[in-house]
Design a protein around this ligand. Sequence first.
Ligand code: LLP
Length: 415
Amino acid sequence: MPQLINTTTSNLNIKNIKYLIKKYQSPFWVYDANIIYNKIQLLKQFDIIRFAQKACSNTHILQLMRKNNLKVDAVSLGEIQRALSAGFKKNSDEIIFTADLFDKETLSKIIKYNIPVNAGSLDMLKQLGSISPGHHIWLRINPKFGYGHSKKTNTGGENSKHGIWDPSLAIPIIKKYNLKLIGLHMHIGSGVNYEHLKKVCHAMIKSAIQINKKIIFISAGGGLPIPYKFNEKPINIKKYFALWDQARNKISQFLKTPIQLEIEPGRFLVAESGVLVSQVRAIKKMGNKNFVLIDAGFNDLMRPTMYGSYHHISVIPSNNRKINEYKTIETVIGGPLCESGDIFTQKEGGNIETRTLPIMQIGDYLIFHDTGAYGASMSSNYNTRPLIQEILIENNTFKTIRRRQTIEELLSLEQ
Ligand code: LLP
């Protein structure tokens, strides 16, 4: 039962975390750039790696991706602006906008910046085509089934709002507005397994044949899982690539044109690179249950409350005592928010669980592992709590890549 983070294999080790704890106020996020580089290397077989920045959209992380020749996906005007400020180019396919609708401001900026659009609805095609004929587009196709680690992350099938159900209906619209169809895209959800993957590849081939238009790209979307628990196996990328490569070759043969294979992961690239550091501020018994309350809440790390997600938790003692691995206690970990759901040890549906953890003292630190994806990027200001600091470890240096927001900044919006 490991309670302390690994001391040898990454920069996210006890020595570094202790250094940061002394220097900065908890809670804060820490990322290790090396882990991101290593994950990028694993995907090098794909022609294009497009980072789904929603997983971790800090501009410094985006710059790191750009320097490693990745491209980027944006799902909002804010994410487009982030990509531009990180150095990704307009008038190119370095940024692609993926969505199921346009608001007016986003549409006009996309046309101004000439950013290709991965359209998830026919209305998007009409609205874009009527003012920007010739615009480069992809079709995001709903393969009529989906998959996800939680119902909330399943993006295919009848219960999903994502993608175009019948892509053949897009063809007359594309013709009418002279739009340039360059790619087909499918993303069925997060946490995909091989069985579903085979089905997606098959659905992609079927759609490409049905549409029968010379395209340049297909995108496998994102969704590659990572092992959040110690007994989970990492995904076999070779197998993943082989399935998509086969699909690409079939499409390429049918259309008699070369096809580039793109992948669009978020979590796979960044989840394991990040931890959330928090401090124990209160310990109390509620009947027979032992509650440990920390200074981070679901406004900081939302995944456990939103999906019942598991994050491994380690303890760093605040003093020199040794945490005896055998002196453990069943513990519920909660945050400071005014809601009973502000619990980090819960299942989907909100059932509270306990975690076997060392007996803690006030002032000890709790480390939440694998929070580099959908950690900081899903944080909110609920309970008027400022966004917390983000720190990047790169080449043995510690760099604050986002300072803590101030309460004054929050209030100033209302003045
Ligand atoms: N591409 C598209 C079109 C997507 O909708 C998504 C995720 C991705 C790529 C990246 O998926 P990934 O490789 O990260 O699984 N907040 C949830 C995940 C929501 C994902 C939404 N779309 C979580 O914390 O697990």
